[in-house]
Design a protein around this ligand. Structure first.
Ligand code: ADP
Ligand code: MG
Length: 420
């Protein structure tokens, strides 16, 4: 690799120190694999290089998108999952590799940003490599790279974005910057795969489409009129629903992540307690109140006052009490989402409803939606609900096929607070 390329890759994009190890490893990887060397012009005219990479992408014209094959490598590192996948034509899943640093965070009861970022650096290249191998692709087969640039943890996002930028520059591929939350929605557009163990829907969802986005960081309802044309109907004004699951799990002494462990505990209990539902205007949500209500309920159940510390609750609550509290919380938290989704269906009459994000794995959510909604709803495969590269590659595919602007690989910055 020539000296100027090396200088630019190691010096220019260094907004944070965390980036350097990832860049060095990426460069080493490219050299080891004897990948094509920097076909992009390096005369300092960044705009020219960017225009060139856009114009060099032959398959993004509207008239061609139904016939051309567009293979996208998707990279996702917004939180604790390092993920990469290859998706063809925004619908065909060729590979999906996810490495999670979850186990390292369990002792702390939540994701530790520094540990997550370090772990991304360690595994991102093997994960990308494996995604290419499993898809039986070489770099030549990949038409573009899509990467999550927000929202998420800054250090975590940096590793994915800097790796993707480096690869896009070195391999002269268009780069698509993906909003993580929009990405979650696009897990629903995967309809074909030969990979074992996936159950995908038969056809993509139709527009107008109501998207229920429920994850560790988001609780949102969005109405999509078409690709890249949506309105955010409402969102949480404080905690996200997944965050509430995680915090309630902690109060009950259940392991992190809270969603699955609350769900498991709830199976042994009954929703016998009444918990309040936040009354929020329009389609907005609030989940901080129910968290406090659960705390007060647990304190009352063991006959203690409001100042009894939540950390001591697990040792005082019986297994039956924990199960019943879990079941009651789960029922009400999910009802809050389903009530508003139902109202949105009545008001906007969408042709399809999709769920997205980690909480979309909840069996209670699936049960309540199936019962409450008038139109039939298809659920994404559980493996595609939590963070993955496939959803990022899928949205990247639509961006490529629909001629959406590509990102500048020399300047794409992470946006930890990116919203929809
Ligand atoms: P984000 O990307 O916003 O960090 P994810 O999409 O990774 O969030 O989803 C993680 C969240 O999903 C966690 O809060 C977790 O507790 C929740 N979750 C996972 N499985 C379930 C489940 N079965 N029921 C409820 N919540 C769940
Ligand atoms: Mg997510």
């Amino acid at each position: 690799m020539d000296q100027e390329c090396r200088r630019r890759l190691t010096v220019r994009p260094c907004h944070a120190d965390n980036f350097e190890p990832a860049a060095r490893e990426t460069i080493q990887y490219i050299e080891e694999k004897r990948l094509p060397q920097m076909p992009v012009r390096l005369d300092g005219r960044e705009q020219a290089a960017r225009d060139r990479s856009l114009n060099d992408f032959p398959k993004i014209h509207h008239s061609q998108y139904t016939v051309s094959l567009v293979k996208i490598l998707g990279i996702e590192t917004s939180c604790d999952e390092t993920a990469a996948a290859v998706v063809e034509d925004g619908k065909r899943l060729l590979s999906s590799v996810v490495a999670s640093s979850m186990d390292l965070h369990v002792p702390y009861g939540g994701v530790v940003p520094e540990i997550a970022a370090r772990s991304h650096i360690e595994v991102i290249l093997p994960v990308i490599h494996q995604a290419l191998d499993e898809a039986a692709c070489t770099w030549d087969d990949i038409d573009a790279i899509a990467v999550t640039y927000g929202a998420g943890l800054g250090g975590s996002l940096l590793v994915g974005v800097m790796t993707a930028r480096t690869l896009a520059i070195a391999l002269n591929k268009p780069l698509y910057a993906i909003n993580h939350v929009e990405g979650h929605v696009y897990a629903n557009f995967l309809t074909e795969t030969v990979l074992p163990g996936y159950t995908l829907r038969a056809a993509p969802p139709q527009f107008p489409m109501l998207a229920i986005i429920v994850s560790g960081g988001h609780s949102q309802l969005a109405l999509f009129r078409d690709h890249f044309d949506y309105t955010l109907l409402g969102q949480t004004q404080d905690d996200a629903i997944g965050e509430a699951f995680d915090k309630v799990a902690k109060m009950l002494g259940l392991p992190y992540p809270g969603g699955p462990s609350v769900e498991k505990a709830a199976q042994a209990g009954k929703p016998i307690y009444t918990l309040p539902k936040a009354k929020m205007p329009g389609y907005d949500f609030s989940f901080s109140g129910i968290k406090t209500a659960v705390l007060r309920l647990a304190q009352a159940e063991i006959g203690e006052s409001y100042d009894f510390p939540s950390t001591k609750l697990p040792e005082r609550l019986s297994e039956a009490q924990k199960a019943n509290i879990a079941a009651s919380f789960q029922r009400v938290a999910i009802e809050t989402i389903v009530d508003k989704a139902n109202r949105a269906c009545e008001e906007f009459q969408p042709k399809s409803v999709v769920i997205a994000g980690g909480v979309a794995a909840s069996a209670e959510l699936r049960r309540q939606l199936t019962e409450a909604l008038l139109l039939p709803i298809e659920f994404p495969d559980l493996k595609l609900c939590t963070d993955n590269g496939a959803m990022i590659a899928t949205l990247g595919g639509f961006k490529a096929m629909r001629n959406q602007p590509a990102a500048d690989p020399y300047s794409l910055a992470v946006e930890p607070d990116l919203s929809m």
